[in-house]
Design a protein around this ligand. Sequence first.
Ligand code: V47
Length: 415
Amino acid sequence: MTAPDPSLTRIEEKVARNERLTRDDALGLFQSNDLLTIGRLADLANRRTNGNRVSFAANQHINPTNVCVLRNTCVFCSFARMPREAGAYTRSLDEVFAEAEAARDNPTREFHIVGGLHPTLRLSYYLDMFRGLAARHPGVHIKALTAVEVAHLARLEGMSVRDVLVAMRQAGVTSLPGGGAEVFSPAARATIADKKLSGEEWLGVHREAHRLGIPSNCTMLYGHVETLADRVDHLLALRALQDETRGFLTYIPLAYHPDHNELGEALGRTGTATTGFDDLKNIAVGRLVLDNIPHVKTHWPMVTPFISQVALTFGCDDLEGTVVFERVYHEAGAATPMWLSYDQIVSLIRGAGKEPVERDSLYRIVRTFEDWVPAQAAARSEGPEGSTFHISHRPRARARGQRTLPVLHGVDTAE
Ligand code: V47
């Protein structure tokens, strides 16, 4: 075991006094290898806000298109395709409605809808999709479009970001997901996502959403070329916006996956994702620095259900939900299941000695589990009954000898 780190004593005293951590404190936490102390402090901070509860949303991820004009410049992403590249797809609205329908037997309370920056798909396509889903699935929250997609649609339509957000809200969107933040450092961003909107612009879209009363999530992509100082500055920028608006619901650290993308190849990292040690440290430091964001979510498709379960005692109070079909990380080599059943999620939380609660997108509790008896909890990798969608990796970034995921048929076609 790593020896206790005496440099953490000062931070420990601050956490005990519930005092805000400084930039140096945050850097010290990332530099320390005393993971158990960091985890214990994060657990304390989490318990103050969330007690022993761990929430989850029964959700379904829907990715209407993987066509993205940033495909060649966001070099960390394995999901995006050029319009005519193999594996490119754009769903018709009927196909999106069919995908939601195929999982109707799941107790879904949230659609998580993100895609790519399609060069010609108009705002009306998305608004019709939100209205159509809301009409077919009343009571299911719609958490849709990253700040990057919102800014892209505003540009495409010649509208303000504010007007796009207002239209989305009128069509049924209740919150924004936290994707697209990556890491705000201009130097790191120039390497991994050169043409993507800047950190300031990403924060600006979320500020606008919060002003309109639309809450949102925030993320940080770690484990690529960023420095520890970049991570700290990213967290401090999120904390500063939250001081101003109070609109962030949850923070989700996202572990970089290096397969089937140009960055992974360039770094010689294919097949080697982040370590469990770093995954847990990112959860814990996020919890300690973001003292004004109520929740920290662990995204099990990325870090595995096992690490996610341990994260629940490292400062994390929220577990990604049922998902149904996860594309972004599985395209990038994640070897986790495509989905977890409702019962598996409750069991994971219970297995960590925590009290599971089901929530909606806005973190309102919709179910508790005092009298819950586990039903059959079998993991399946191919998605629920009726799912016809499969992963087809981008071939040109595939390393030799690498394992492949199920290859595909279904409705995916290059345009
Ligand atoms: O913005 C893309 C990341 C994000 C890779 O708000 C990658 O509840 C790792 O934001 N390796 C999209 N990460 C996903 C996302 C998200 C996920 C779960 C919940 C919520 C929420 C939001 O995925 C992107 C990017 O940061 N990403 N490629 C990759 N190769």
